[in-house]
Write a protein that binds this ligand. Structure first.
Ligand SMILES: NC(=O)c1ccc[n+]([C@@H]2O[C@H](COP(=O)([O-])OP(=O)(O)OC[C@H]3O[C@@H](n4cnc5c(N)ncnc54)[C@H](OP(=O)(O)O)[C@@H]3O)[C@@H](O)[C@H]2O)c1
Length: 336
């Protein structure tokens, strides 16, 4: 399966390095020649979970150098906004019947599927990784890629891609990829984004009454949108529908136990969106809480808390606000 990985960042670097180390032939595309030259010189070095890797990369070049070539599989491992920008160009690099596999957070797989049709196989990553510089990576957990048809059900190509990439990284196939995307969105909308707004981890912000209130409402709104759209979110760390869900200020032992499970899984992680803000990078807010708000409009679901969160993150990236726990109270006020 002639394969191109687009993006030599944290996930693209780790996946490419592990594929090459397992003897799986793969080409890597960077945004520019400076990055490709660095990877060509340094090779790929991975430390952390899953074992260390040090491997040479022979086929690495800026994306523009691959014009005229064609691939059976293009794995799209850029951030969301770049994925949306570059995807139509990538569909031109596919063999007839070839597959474009996006693995971004948020609504990206569905958006690309709507735009480009059947060539898109849905994907998401539960694999965690960081990049120190192009070529140098750390794998942070023993996670997996989850792939599946956006239209639902099983397919030979999903199984074929699982077997091919599965020689190097764990890949699972789900017949309910859309539901899985929403399960991850529910957590990203609340855990990750609110940590970025408050400037810390979920375990820190959830201790305040405002933090808990915003979490509950952001999660509940997103869940209402998922269900209204016909998606069936599936279990991801927790059951997607919390116990004793009433929509507002839920307080019950069962709910606390459910929240505890989320805290055990994600409570101490420094949100990736906060790291993007600190580095002055574009965030993926428009594809996470912003996606929830845009789908909500189609189904006439009210999402004032998610809308206020999107505005707040935009104000932070414009430099008008700085991440701080006090912003959670402002979000509650703005959503009244
Ligand atoms: N890292 C994780 O642990 C993790 C876990 C789950 C999900 N995700 C999701 O996976 C996606 C990728 O995350 P990441 O952490 O790997 O991001 P990242 O480290 O920022 O890597 C993205 C890479 O794509 C490159 N790129 C951008 N546009 C390109 C183009 N047109 N052609 C070729 N390369 C291009 C970027 O280059 P420049 O640096 O030059 O822009 C960067 O090297 C995101 O949606 C993220 O939310 C990540």
């Amino acid at each position: 399966m002639n394969t191109l990985v687009v993006g030599a960042g944290a996930l693209g670097g780790v996946i490419t390095g592990r594929l090459l180390d397992a003897g799986v032939e793969v080409a890597l595309a960077t945004r520019d020649r400076t990055s490709s030259d660095r990877v060509l010189t340094s090779g790929i070095r991975i430390t952390g979970v899953g074992g260390d890797v040090m491997v040479d990369v022979n086929r690495v070049a800026p994306l523009s150098d691959y014009t005229g070539q064609s691939f059976d599989l293009v794995l799209l491992a850029t951030k969301a906004h770049d994925a949306i920008e570059v995807a139509s160009k990538l569909s031109g690099l596919l063999e007839p019947g070839g597959t474009l596999l996006p693995i971004q957070n948020g609504g990206v797989p569905q958006m690309l599927g709507d735009r480009l049709g059947e060539c898109v196989l849905g994907g998401l990553s539960n694999l965690g990784a960081t990049m120190t510089e192009p070529g140098i990576y750390e794998q942070r957990n023993a996670g997996h890629l989850l792939i599946g048809e956006l239209a639902g059900g099983e397919s030979e190509r999903a199984e074929g891609v699982r077997q091919w990439l599965g020689r190097a990284v764990e890949v699972r196939v789900t017949p309910n990829l859309r539901g899985a995307v929403w399960s991850k969105l529910l957590l990203n909308c609340s855990v990750t984004t609110l940590g970025a707004v408050a400037g810390g981890t979920m375990r820190e912000y959830i201790t305040s009454s405002e933090g808990r209130e915003v979490f509950e409402q952001a999660y509940d709104e997103a869940l209402s949108v998922a269900l209204a759209s016909g998606a069936r979110p599936e279990r991801m760390i927790v059951e997607p529908i919390p116990p004793a869900r009433s929509g507002r200020s839920v307080r019950s032992e069962e709910y606390d136990a459910w929240l505890d499970q989320i805290l055990k899984g994600y409570g101490d992680a420094r949100p990736s969106m906060l790291q993007d803000i600190e580095r002055g990078r574009i965030t993926e807010i428009d594809f996470i809480n912003g996606y929830v708000v845009s789908i909500a409009r189609q189904f006439s679901v009210h999402t004032p808390v998610n809308a206020a969160i999107v505005e707040t993150v935009h104000a932070i990236t414009r430099g008008q606000l700085a991440p701080d726990p006090s912003l959670l109270e402002l979000i509650l006020q703005a959503s009244q």
